[in-house]
Write a protein that binds this ligand. Structure first.
Ligand SMILES: *Cc1c(COP(=O)(O)O)cnc(C)c1O
Length: 378
């Protein structure tokens, strides 16, 4: 094993020359931000790639989520049903909008919100459902929509993990009232930092435009109390470059993913998530569940891998509801499955360009952890 540290992901970048060539025009125009030509071009290209009716680029995925929520003007203090088995951003975005997260349990099979438990959580204060397509695993869209229609709730998907995924032949971002994507450096597709809101109603474009640009509509006209969440031109150009390679990148990820799955699905005590058969996959992550039947605990396996310079991650542990800033603040009693998944999950390195020798070493270690662990102790 080499001494090189292997992390759970490695940001994809175009070649240096490709990016440098692409940003050169900015030294002519000096137009570096404020919805410049590259911002517009990336919006067009992503609208097509993601197969969505409408898109608004943002400075990052988190602001995309905050502003998407804000755009619906939900009454302060009302409740949003969501999942705690996610990145902290999902819950922060709700709370920072002065709304109250109501945590729903998830399903063991794919880690997405358990749609059969949503209706029990609905009160007269409920205004929205905010599910997460966690690891790119697609939520039960039909059932969530049925519930939302029945109770007149908004549906806002956190699709940060689901870049490029299609469900029943349509872009995943075209479902619900809005979806958000993250283009952070660690995601399948990146603009260094960046994100987007996708939606169907055109009038939402203007609303989000106001929210991401101070509500400025003219040299002397401010129509709304907006934030600043614009994507700059350097980021947009990084996106345009990366978009050219994203399909090849995902194809490479698939190879690595299948290499893992072929062996790990047979390892006693290791459990894998199952994705919806009607959705495509983007192979963004390689999560495994280290169950009681495995010979080591999840934490021990994490340590064994770390001793070999493999830095897996406990995504998502702890649950957002259990984090110091939220603990005991909200109702979160029935989160049995979510809590168990958080205790068992380990995300393994997966990215385009990862050395297959390293992958085989990880697979070998997971198959033979005891021997490796004993050796590691000597
Ligand atoms: C990455 C991520 C976000 C936030 O996106 P940023 O671009 O990092 O701001 C939100 N939700 C989930 C589930 C994420 O993984």
């Amino acid at each position: 094993m080499s001494n090189e540290k292997i992390f759970v992901t490695k940001s994809s970048m175009p070649s240096y020359e490709e990016y440098i060539d692409a940003i050169k025009p900015l030294w002519e125009s000096h137009w570096m931000t404020n919805m410049g030509v590259y911002h517009q071009q990336l919006e067009q290209e992503l609208k097509e790639y993601l197969d969505v009716p409408e898109i608004s680029l943002m400075v990052n995925g988190h602001m995309a989520l905050e502003l998407a929520i804000q755009s619906f003007g939900l009454p302060e203090g009302s409740e949003v049903i969501t999942t705690p088995f996610t990145f902290i951003s999902t819950t922060h975005a709700i709370v920072r909008n002065n709304l109250k997260p109501v945590f729903c349990d998830v399903k063991e099979i794919d880690g997405t919100i358990d749609e059969t438990k949503i209706e029990d959580l609905i009160t007269e204060k409920t205004v929205a459902i905010l599910p997460v397509h966690v690891y790119g695993n697609i939520c039960n869209i039909e059932e969530i929509q049925r519930i939302a229609d029945k109770y007149s709730l908004k549906v806002i998907y956190d699709a940060a993990h689901a870049f490029g995924v299609k469900y029943k032949g349509r872009g995943i971002g075209s479902y619900g009232d809005a979806s958000i994507f993250s283009f952070h450096a660690t995601k399948v597709f990146n603009t260094i930092e960046g994100g987007a809101v996708t939606f169907s109603e055109h009038k939402m474009y203007d609303k989000l435009y106001n929210l991401k640009n101070f509500g400025i509509r003219g040299e002397e006209l401010v129509v709304e109390v907006g934030a600043n969440a614009k994507m700059n031109e350097f980021a947009a150009i990084m996106g345009l470059c990366n978009l050219k390679h994203v399909d090849a990148n995902i194809a490479e990820r698939m190879q690595v993913y299948n290499r893992y799955v072929n062996v790990l699905e047979k390892v006693n005590g290791i459990q894998l998530f199952t994705n919806n058969s009607e959705s495509t996959q983007n192979y963004a992550y390689m999560p495994i569940l280290v169950t009681d039947k495995y010979s080591l605990t999840r934490n021990k396996l994490y340590e064994v891998l770390k001793s070999k310079n493999i830095y897996s991650r406990k995504y998502f542990y702890p649950l957002t509801s259990d984090q110091a800033c939220f603990k005991n603040k909200y109702k979160y009693d029935d989160l049995k499955i979510a809590r168990r998944l958080a205790e068992q999950v380990l995300v393994l390195p997966l990215y385009a360009g990862v050395d297959v020798i390293v992958i085989d070493e990880i697979i070998h270690t997971i198959r033979q952890p005891q021997g490796e662990y004993e050796q590691g102790k000597q």
